[in-house]
Design a protein around this ligand. Structure first.
Ligand code: NDP
Length: 248
């Protein structure tokens, strides 16, 4: 059971990479954390790790953000001590395929659009009304440098992250008057399982991505989220582009 005195955070895509590091960090910051993803064994392991390392409690929830029914079922009926979510981190996302547009697979396009855009919308639609009713909350959307530029074979992934950029601005405009901050974090290259997913488990291709420079880590992005959360209440860090030093 969650202790009432701890604020509550929700991180989507907490089974790996940026989401995992962020959930751990929020636990260390004193948040009780709702951790979500599709791989239940990883959520259970993370839950045990957070509860062992920190004084925080966790609520692991297994669902696919691409299904509005699943999102509603899990996040629309939270146990009462978990409903007052203060921090939402819309992180679940992926790149899939990354071929020139004419060679792309429709399945890959749908996975990216359904996860990166619709998943973020579904979770926000279910979680934000209670933030609005309480008059407080902080929503983080994990965008990407791919939301600022378009690179070869990035076509649909870049389009989804441009959408995250637009939605972050739209959410801020619509919600700031209810006391809700919206922060987009737009990372450059972060070493996670992202590249493996992106290249359909082709390890050799995935490893090549980070050749010649030191990428960011999930922990670096968690530090950016922590920094935004530690700002005074009247300060909203709207948008943060975070790059490895060697990425131009
Ligand atoms: P990872 O592949 O390591 O993590 C992705 C997370 O998203 C996993 O926890 C995965 O959980 C979850 N996820 C994916 N699809 C779904 C789904 N349909 N339903 C629920 N959860 C899902 O990658 P990163 O940590 O790098 O990626 C996190 C975010 O950061 C993404 O939005 C990505 O676009 C963005 N980003 C990443 C960059 C990078 O270089 N790594 C750069 C810029 C942005 P599970 O599989 O268990 O469901």
């Amino acid at each position: 059971m969650a202790k009432k005195s701890h604020p509550i955070a929700l991180v989507t895509g907490a089974t790996s990479g940026i989401g995992r590091a962020t959930a751990l960090r929020l636990g260390h910051m004193g948040y009780n954390v709702i951790i979500t993803g599709r791989r239940s064994e990883r959520l259970v392991a993370l839950s045990q790790e957070i509860e062992k390392e920190t004084k925080s409690h966790t609520l692991p929830l297994v669902f696919d953000v691409r299904s509005f029914e699943e999102v509603q079922k899990h996040l629309g009926t939270l146990p009462s001590e978990w409903t007052d979510i203060e921090v939402l981190v819309n992180n679940a996302g992926l790149a899939a395929g990354m071929e020139p547009l004419q060679d792309g697979l429709v399945d890959d396009w749908e996975r990216m659009i359904d996860t990166n855009i619709k998943g973020l919308l579904y979770v926000t639609k279910v979680v934000s009304p209670r933030m609005i009713a309480r008059g407080r909350g902080h929503i983080f959307n994990i965008g990407s440098i791919a939301g600022r530029e378009v690179y070869p074979s990035g076509n649909v992934y870049c389009a989804t992250k441009h959408a995250v950029d637009a939605l972050s601005k739209g959410m801020r405009i619509d919600m700031h008057k209810y006391g809700i901050k919206v922060t987009q974090i737009a990372p450059g290259a972060v070493e996670t399982e992202f590249s493996l997913v992106r290249f359909h488990d082709d390890t050799a291709r995935a490893e090549k991505v980070y050749e010649g420079y030191t990428p960011l880590t999930g922990d670096d992005i968690a530090s950016c989220i922590e920094a935004a959360l530690r700002l005074p209440d009247n300060v909203c860090l709207a948008d943060m582009l975070v790059l490895p030093k060697a990425q131009g």
